[in-house]
Design a binder for this molecule. Structure first.
Ligand code: ZN
Length: 146
């Protein structure tokens, strides 16, 4: 349950604070220039157009796999992660930004390909700095999220 977790202060107050605060609330927020409309990731203080007017907009956790790699071995300190899994870079639909994340796989044989459509599920994982919110990606063809 989202209500059981508390976002670490250093994430909530950093330059990407709205991103982390959004994840903690089950929303994906991405930075966008208020003057020219350019999406950014990571966030920037000043857009290439020269504007300092940067805002955050909610976008659906949906996109396609830009690139990926599969992990079969256990990683020390990450015992909670279900294996096998794939590390992915997801190109978000509206924002076009590339987000790194984890793709849940149903089995070692689950086919993964660049361009596969994915949906994000909001979750929390144990990390060195405490419990942090994450998006776990799932192939649209594998499991309906909504
Ligand atoms: Zn701009």
């Amino acid at each position: 349950m989202v209500e059981e977790h508390r976002l670490p202060d250093e994430l909530a107050t950093g330059p990407d604070g709205p991103y982390w605060t959004g994840l903690a609330e089950g929303r994906l927020l991405m930075p966008r220039c208020k003057d020219c409309g350019q999406w950014h990731w990571p966030s920037v203080y000043r857009c290439a157009c020269g504007s300092f007017e940067q805002g955050w907009e909610e976008v659906p956790p949906r996109g396609e796999i830009y690139t990926w790699t599969r992990t079969f071995h256990k990683i020390q300190g990450m015992d909670e992660i279900r294996h096998p899994f794939a590390s992915v870079v997801v190109k978000l639909d509206p924002a076009g930004a590339h987000l790194m994340g984890m793709l849940e796989l149903e089995s070692e044989d689950t086919a993964v390909a660049i361009g596969d459509r994915v949906l994000g599920r909001f979750d929390w994982v144990e990390a060195k700095r405490g419990t942090i919110p994450v998006i776990v990606w799932i192939q649209e063809s594998a499991s309906p999220v909504e």
